[in-house]
Design a binder for this molecule. Structure first.
Ligand code: CP
Length: 313
């Protein structure tokens, strides 16, 4: 594998899941693979899990790690072709990507959607700028429209906790005071479309996601009906895609409660707002998999880096 831009770069999901499980047992089995290789992790947005788990994964593979909070510490980048740079931007992506490529063998990029313009976000200017001008592999650490490391993590976690060949999996929208991107939900949906699952998406009207991602996935606007007999309930807030980036609903009836969850396992990518998205009783119960998911971020990242390093050899 030459890069990891989306879950379409996963060559064989069952094999990767099995390899991740093996890595959990012996995380240092490929410690020499990344010797004398450096990964640069560039963050244009905040992170806890992605930053630390990807760094840990690289260290488990013997790599050197450079982390930069580009959003706060880097020069403001210009992405336009032929722009007269007499305004706020100081450095063009053409130079920046080529320069970072000289210091690093792999580059990880985190750059969220701005949620101010659908076309601009869908153009993925930061990720695509690095993809275009860098001369080394690029790993998507959450872009405007996707979070493929999280989706791989979620597949690994469900494989560990599922005792059915075809579990019922529900993706439920939940309230949040701020406008959040669509990336986690998008990648989770794409991942579920690759799995043998009874998959249902539930959200209030007006929160329909990009039809090119939803495809034929089932939507049920009644949350309680959607969640009936679920094995896994994956919860995430996202802002409206149709009324782009807007918060249309803060109805607390959509918060996940223990009563609604039934016997299902609760999943969330974190960070999560307690008693807004989900009540304490769920997060503090043994039905919650959120800490296990966060743990699996390391092994998802490690599989991805291992595949890229094997290709670089
Ligand atoms: N789930 C996730 O990507 O967490 P961070 O935003 O903390 O990296």
């Amino acid at each position: 594998m030459q890069h990891y831009h989306s879950i379409n770069d996963i060559e064989s999901l069952p094999e990767w899941i099995d390899e991740a499980k093996a890595l959990k047992i012996d995380s240092l089995q490929s410690k020499s693979l990344g010797k004398e290789k450096t990964i640069g992790l560039l963050f244009f947005n905040n992170s806890l899990r992605t930053r630390l788990s990807t760094q840990k994964a690289a260290m488990n593979l013997g790599m050197e790690v450079i982390v930069m909070n580009f959003g706060n510490e880097g020069w403001a980048l210009e992405y336009g072709d032929g722009t007269i740079m007499d305004q706020g931007t100081s450095e063009h992506i053409k130079e920046a990507a080529k320069v970072v490529s000289q210091y690093c063998d792999i580059i990880g990029i985190r750059a969220f959607a701005s949620l101010t313009g659908k076309e601009e976000d869908e153009a993925e200017v930061v990720l695509n700028g690095f993809k275009k001008y860098a001369s080394v592999p690029i790993v998507n650490m959450e872009s405007s429209v996707g979070h493929p490391l999280q989706a791989l993590t979620d597949a690994i976690t469900m494989a560990e906790y599922s005792n059915k060949t075809k579990p019922k999996v529900v993706l439920s929208w939940a309230p949040h005071p701020k406008a959040l991107p669509h990336a986690v939900a998008n990648s989770f949906i794409q991942m579920m479309q690759r799995q043998d699952a009874d998959f249902v998406i539930t959200h209030p009207k007006g929160y329909e996601l990009d039809p090119s991602i939803i495809k034929n996935s089932q939507i049920e606007y009644n949350q309680e009906k959607a969640m009936e007999n679920a094995d896994f309930v994956y919860v995430k807030n996202w802002s409206s895609y149709i009324d782009y980036g807007k918060v249309l609903c803060q109805d607390q009836n959509w918060m996940i409660t223990k009563e609604k969850l039934g016997d299902a396992k609760f999943m969330h990518c974190l960070p999560v707002r307690r008693n807004v998205v989900v009540e304490d009783a769920v997060l503090d119960s043994d039905q919650s998999l959120v800490i296990e998911q966060a743990n699996n971020r390391t092994y998802a990242a490690q599989i991805v880096l291992k595949k890229i390093l094997e290709h670089l050899k």
